[in-house]
Design a protein around this ligand. Structure first.
Ligand SMILES: [Zn+2]
Length: 241
């Protein structure tokens, strides 16, 4: 009989994680399926705490496996639209005609005209990425400053980059660097990352005191932080190649 184990949080339930007791299992193990499902196989009479500890110990590895086994998403270039979830914006991308070198023109609040020759892939990629960086710079500044005021810190300059390696950083001089790809994350995730980097102005490490500071302003930071592991799936792949 399957005992209900209270170890997976509600988010895990949504992400189709399950626990199965197997009479033949000698120790705890985890399977990650192609469709993204996760199954924890446990020996009979394993305590819920034991399973819970096992899950949190291996969570990062599990998330990585899920990411790897997930089917690739096709991101056409030029894109039909850009959904900037962090800002609640949806931009329609339309060919603007013309034959000159391509440039991106912002029209109103929801239209991007791709004017010029859209067949030159590298140019298109570069111009769209540049627009994303500028959009992020324009829109991240105000919330970052007000958050900094709430947290009682005074950051230096804000810098926005578009990179594959990290979501953000805080330099010793107080420069906050945020990844433009955060535009594609949920608003709560962007908020968490801002809190994270600003908290480094108080603690230049990942100590318990640092995380306590983060938790004060983003109580659900653990979930948000975990969400960022999967966050790359929300980013159009053409940005990086
Ligand atoms: Zn950090």
């Amino acid at each position: 009989m399957m005992r209900q184990l209270q170890l997976l949080n509600s988010e895990d339930a949504v992400q189709s994680w399950s626990v199965r007791q197997s009479p033949r299992a000698r120790r705890l193990s985890v399977r990650v399926f192609r469709h993204g499902g996760v199954e924890i196989v446990v020996p009979p009479r394993t305590s819920a705490q034991r399973v819970s500890a096992f899950v949190s110990e291996h969570r990062e590895w599990i998330e990585r496996q899920r990411l790897r086994s997930a089917p690739p998403i096709h991101w056409p270039l030029p894109p039909a639209s850009l959904a900037l979830s962090a800002l609640g914006e949806h931009w329609q991308c339309v060919p603007g005609g013309g034959r000159g070198r391509l440039h991106v023109r912002q029209i109103g609040e929801s239209l991007l005209a791709l004017e010029g020759d859209t067949s030159e892939r590298e140019r298109l990629r570069h111009q769209l990425t540049r627009w994303l960086v500028q959009r992020a710079l324009a829109c991240f500044e105000a919330p970052l400053r007000s958050l900094a005021a709430q947290m009682g810190v005074s950051p230096g300059r804000l810098q926005v980059r578009c990179q594959r390696t990290r979501w953000g950083s805080c330099s010793r001089r107080g420069t906050i660097s945020l990844n433009a790809c955060l535009l594609f994350q949920r608003p709560e995730v962007l908020h968490y990352l801002m809190v994270h980097e600003l908290a480094h102005l108080k603690h230049m490490n990942h100590s318990t005191r640092f995380w306590n500071e983060v938790a004060r302003h983003a109580p659900d930071w653990k979930t948000r932080d975990r969400e960022l592991l999967q966050g790359w799936r929300r980013v159009p792949s053409w940005i990086f190649k």
